[in-house]
Design a binder for this molecule. Structure first.
Ligand code: DX5
Ligand code: ZN
Length: 208
């Protein structure tokens, strides 16, 4: 069954814990976007922010950084349950090994413009695959329609690997994404930018 992972980057940071506690009972994970201002042109959160939400729900940490290997230990210590690195970044194999060495699930992500074949080397090693549906960096961008086919191909190739979709996921496209084979639906603005984050999260998860 698919689950929703609210992207805390879309939340008001002044109310981060309160909003995390609000949506957590309806969510499989809290999605935490880490950006280094180099791999993507934005700066967001670090290990202390992840640690602040530890224990509320499993934490799905998405590293949009050039050198993820430098940070695996800090995010594992902070309480990450899944750590995802980008195939376009440095040291993917060593990063996956470091994540596994800490007993965590390893994910590999690609940008919408990166060919799906960039995931091929990691299909056996990764527990989670993330074909991004927006250019990484910011909340509130438009969903890339090419993502449906990418999810379908991955689902066919890897029936038992978690497939995540991240970027531009809304109440409107969630059902089609679940149908295509997505297991974890990440959503920021369509949850925290609405009047009723719980209702939106439940709709995206397919709970109502
Ligand atoms: C984009 C991030 C996403 C983003 C999703 O780089 O990885 O997790 O927060 O936000 P929405 O759902 O608003 O596209
Ligand atoms: Zn993300």
């Amino acid at each position: 069954m698919a689950v929703v992972a609210p992207s805390m980057l879309g939340a008001d940071f002044g109310r981060l814990r309160e909003l995390a506690e609000l949506v957590a009972p309806h969510s499989g994970y809290l999605h935490m976007d880490v950006m280094d201002g180099h791999f993507v042109p934005n700066l967001t959160m670090g290990p202390d922010t992840i640690a602040a939400l530890r224990g509320i729900a499993p934490l799905d940490v998405h590293l949009m950084v050039t050198d993820p290997l430098n940070f695996i230990e800090s995010f594992a210590d902070a309480g990450a349950d899944i750590i995802t690195v980008h195939a376009e970044a440095n040291d993917t194999a060593a990063s996956i090994d470091a994540i596994h060495a800490r007993g965590l699930k390893a994910g590999v992500a690609i940008r919408p413009s990166t060919p799906l074949s960039a995931l091929d080397p990691w299909l056996d090693a990764a527990e989670l695959l993330l074909p991004m549906s927006v250019e990484p960096g910011f909340c509130g961008q438009e969903f890339d329609e090419g993502t449906y086919d990418r999810i379908r191909s991955l689902r066919e190739a890897r029936p038992d690997t978690l497939i995540e979709v991240d970027g531009g996921v809304t109440c409107e496209n969630a059902a089609a994404l679940r149908e295509a084979g997505a297991d974890i639906l990440v959503s920021g603005s369509a949850i925290f930018g609405t009047e009723d984050p719980v209702a939106s999260a439940r709709m995206i998860a397919g709970l109502e």
